[in-house]
Write a protein that binds this ligand. Sequence first.
Ligand SMILES: Nc1ncnc2c1ncn2[C@@H]1O[C@H](COP(=O)(O)OP(=O)(O)OP(=O)(O)O)[C@@H](O)[C@H]1O
Ligand SMILES: [Mg+2]
Length: 127
Amino acid sequence: MTKKIEAFIREEKFEDVKKALYDVGIVGMNVIEVHGHGRQGGVTLAWRTGTYKLDMLPRYQVNIVLSDHNLDKVLETIQKAAFTGQQGDGIIFVYDVADVIRIRTNERGADALRYEDDIDERLKKPK
Ligand SMILES: Nc1ncnc2c1ncn2[C@@H]1O[C@H](COP(=O)(O)OP(=O)(O)OP(=O)(O)O)[C@@H](O)[C@H]1O
Ligand SMILES: [Mg+2]
């Protein structure tokens, strides 16, 4: 089964997360700049004139479609790299993916998710 990870992370953690993903052999990914909030509903800023609520904070949404045998490793990698321990570290959603089609080659499913020197190629290589 193919899965999709959507990780909502701090903007300032994106470079660390990206590097950690490259280090474990994740090749295909995309990123979107989003605005949102979780359980705190944003932050309240104090001004001389009173308080002001900033309810939609900027985050990066990192999307990765991958084979499920790589899921746990990649989730751990993201969580470790995005962690500060403070509120607002982010959230990760995982979905089932029905199919993948690489347009150029018409490869389907796991074949369409194969890349040179990716996480699976590295597992096969003798150390
Ligand atoms: N239920 C949700 N649905 C969609 N997006 C969400 C949801 N919860 C959080 N997000 C997105 O994740 C981002 C990060 O959320 P955040 O880290 O504040 O989560 P949290 O659940 O409030 O955890 P914490 O208590 O650590 O702050 C939000 O800015 C928003 O973009
Ligand atoms: Mg929060």
